[in-house]
Design a binder for this molecule. Structure first.
Ligand code: NAD
Length: 346
């Protein structure tokens, strides 16, 4: 673990297994300097369990940076549950997972990520109080995805203003990869703003819906990055920007919801050299954790959430301006700001 390329001085990496329910989970706590680590739980099939460890470590570090950049009094952590093969009792599995969260003793607060719903959060809540993203209860904030989508939409507008000098998205073409909880919500905002949508997903049903709802043009998953578009919005899983996709990307802005959009960190500089403005993922996709933080505070306040989303816009603007002034990749500026806020040097 200590030699893992993504270990990055995690405070704790907890591994849980419960043969009775098939639970195999990793809870990674990266940094708690700003408060208890908060980040979602991902429920996913991994071909190799080692990939789940890498996912947990990379996502957890990103949460430290994300929470710091969103100005939240929360540290960074993330969890991954390896989806069991074959049949399993989902409720029993999430109960076992709730016990695992409880065992970390409040150093980690969970919420939804890919493959996990508010219903699962309710099951976790039967075992631990260190859970948010609930859809019932005094401070319940529900599914964070709509707020993530709103934050990404606001971020896209900041990027368009900076890179293209435009105040409106009307007539711009946006290529959206992944029409899940966040991607579909983002499409709704973009459609309302008058943008043209080019979309992909591996689920044909959502594609049909997007054609009906937005008049979206549908392309195959392996073509989305290469279509003629002004903005490429990765909203599926990580690694959308890589050595193999970047040369074909025609958009001048990359701004989306997915975590870990850059397959490797050098992609940020490669974007800059191609004249592509990259909105650092952990800055632009913080809407959901802002919503979760409102719930964690014990007093969900919509006005506070909106103020934090405005803060997200201002932070992105600062990153774009400083990166342009200094001639460096946007991630160089964002990472330095995040480290400063976290009180760590590397
Ligand atoms: P989701 O599971 O609801 O949606 C993901 C979508 O991507 C699904 O429709 C899936 O079919 C599609 N997909 C998967 N592989 C694909 C491929 N190869 N090509 C095209 N489409 C593909 O997840 P979500 O909650 O919408 O999250 C999307 C991304 O945003 C994830 O990377 C997640 O970590 C990140 N994110 C989500 C939130 C949130 O509030 N939900 C917050 C921050 C970041």
């Amino acid at each position: 673990m200590f030699d893992h390329p993504d270990f990055d001085d995690h405070e704790g990496v907890h591994v849980f297994s419960d043969p009775a329910t098939g639970l195999r989970a990793i809870i990674a706590v990266h940094n708690t300097n700003r408060g208890p680590a908060a980040g979602g739980t991902r429920f996913w099939s991994y071909e190799d369990p080692k990939d789940a460890v890498t996912d947990a470590l990379r996502l957890s570090k990103a949460m430290s940076f994300k929470n710091a950049m969103a100005g939240l009094d929360l540290g960074g952590g993330k969890a991954v549950i390896l989806r069991p093969e074959g049949d399993f009792d989902r409720e029993a599995l999430f109960r076992a997972y709730g016990r695992a969260v409880e065992a970390v003793g409040g150093r980690y607060i969970t919420a939804e990520d890919v493959g996990v719903s508010p219903t699962d959060m309710r099951v976790i809540k039967t075992q631990t109080n260190h859970v948010a993203g609930l859809d019932e209860g005094p401070a319940a904030s529900g599914d964070p995805s709509p707020v993530t989508a709103e934050g990404v939409f606001r971020g896209i507008k900041v990027a368009v203003r900076h890179a293209m000098g435009l105040e409106s998205l009307k007539g711009l073409r946006v290529a959206v990869q992944g029409l899940g909880h966040v991607g579909y919500g983002l499409c709704q905002h973009l459609h309302q703003a008058g943008a043209h949508l080019i979309v992909t997903d591996i689920n044909p049903d959502v594609l049909k819906q997007a054609q009906n709802d937005f008049g979206a043009v549908v392309v195959k998953p392996d073509q989305i990055h290469a279509v003629t578009a002004d903005i490429f919005a990765p909203c599926a899983l990580g690694g959308a920007v890589s050595n193999s996709t970047l040369p074909a990307i025609r958009a001048s802005i990359i701004a989306g919801a997915a975590n870990n959009q850059l397959a490797t960190s050098d992609m940020a500089e490669a974007c800059r050299q191609r004249g592509v403005l990259y909105a650092p993922d952990y800055v632009i996709n913080a809407g959901g954790i802002i919503n979760v933080a409102a719930e964690v505070s014990g007093n969900y306040d919509k006005v506070w959430v909106q103020e934090k989303l405005e803060g997200l816009e201002n932070t992105l603007k600062t990153i774009f301006e400083r990166a342009a002034e200094q001639g460096v990749a946007t991630t160089v500026i964002a990472d330095a700001m995040a480290r400063e806020r976290l009180g760590v040097s590397s």
